[in-house]
Design a protein around this ligand. Structure first.
Ligand code: S3P
Length: 179
């Protein structure tokens, strides 16, 4: 099996769905942010604070090249990963890229439910958050749309929904891998 690489905006469900997908496929799961944190012994917010966003993007690119060299794994990227350097084209050469496509409203709900600290949206009010998502998503969509597959995502409330998304991804990937 070619690796499966999940991309999409912050809060789309990349990590939540990726973990279950990897378990179902019986392969290793790599979350790029966690991989960076393990390799650098520093949290993503700490790397942003120390090196700025530009420095973080350099680190992210390097680490992407490490994890994407593994065969037969599931990888979930950071929301910005596809939008810098040639990362998106590179990912398309390494595996089945899947864009988890959620509306700004869905993203906002997921981000408000989540506990992860995200430097780009920290401290924003609800109105600021939705405005930021709408504006930055618009800029990111051309990159996300380069993915080989797209999966529409609604607000995730139940484990059944996650299982359903996983099944849909398995079908998309299986068809492609059997060719
Ligand atoms: C970012 C998304 C985050 C993390 C960093 C920057 C982004 O990952 O990589 O905070 O630019 O969208 P998640 O999408 O997993 O939150």
């Amino acid at each position: 099996m070619k690796s499966v690489i999940l991309i999409g905006y912050m809060g789309a469900g990349k990590t939540t769905i990726g973990k279950v997908l990897a378990r179902e496929l019986g392969v290793e799961f790599y979350d790029l942010d966690n991989y960076i944190e393990d390799r650098f012994h520093q949290t993503v917010p700490a790397i942003f604070a120390e090196k700025g966003e530009e420095g973080f993007r350099e680190v992210e690119r390097k680490m992407l090249h490490e994890v994407a060299e593994f065969e037969n794994v599931v990888i979930s990227c950071g929301g910005g990963t596809p939008c810098f350097f040639d990362n998106m084209d590179y990912m398309n050469t390494r595996g089945e890229t899947i864009f988890l496509d959620a509306s700004p409203q869905v993203l906002k709900e997921h981000l408000q439910m989540g506990k992860t600290v995200r430097p780009l949206i920290q401290g924003k009010s609800e109105e600021e958050l939705i405005a930021y998502i709408e504006e930055s998503l618009e800029k990111r969509l051309p990159y996300y749309r380069k993915a080989k597959h797209t999966l529409k995502i609604e607000v995730i409330h139940t484990k059944e929904q996650i299982k359903d998304y996983v099944e849909q991804i398995k079908i998309k990937v299986k068809v492609k891998n059997e060719k």
